[in-house]
Design a protein around this ligand. Structure first.
Ligand code: FES
Length: 107
């Protein structure tokens, strides 16, 4: 298990114990995190799993592939340097304690 803190648009915090190997998106859905829609189920076809990673955590993340960057251009919320698609980030011990901000809109 890896502890992830989600910060919702209204600044409420939710701590989730994610299962190693699942994606951050899957952990969010399992925990009913508001604002992670994941309409394509992780198929890299929707951008409704957009999140902002904490700047301090960016170095511990897997690199972003070109397809993820392309799909992020479709995100409803403004992009930031720390924008990622949460379905593309696999949970593992290196992510222990990461902070994930949920955008205010996904559609
Ligand atoms: Fe659709 Fe991530 S769930 S791109």
């Amino acid at each position: 298990m890896t502890r992830i803190t989600f910060i919702l648009p209204d600044e409420r915090e939710r701590e989730v114990d994610a299962i190693d190997g699942e994606s951050i998106m899957q952990a969010a859905l399992r925990a009913n995190i508001d604002g992670i829609l994941a309409e394509c189920g992780g198929g890299l076809m929707c951008a409704t799993c957009h999140v902002y990673m904490d700047a301090a955590d960016v170095a511990s993340l897997p690199p972003q592939h070109a397809d993820e960057a392309d799909m992020l251009e479709s995100a409803a919320a403004p992009l930031r340097p720390s924008s990622r698609l949460s379905c593309q980030i696999a949970v593992g011990p290196t992510l222990e304690g990461v902070v994930v901000r949920v955008p205010s809109v996904q559609l």
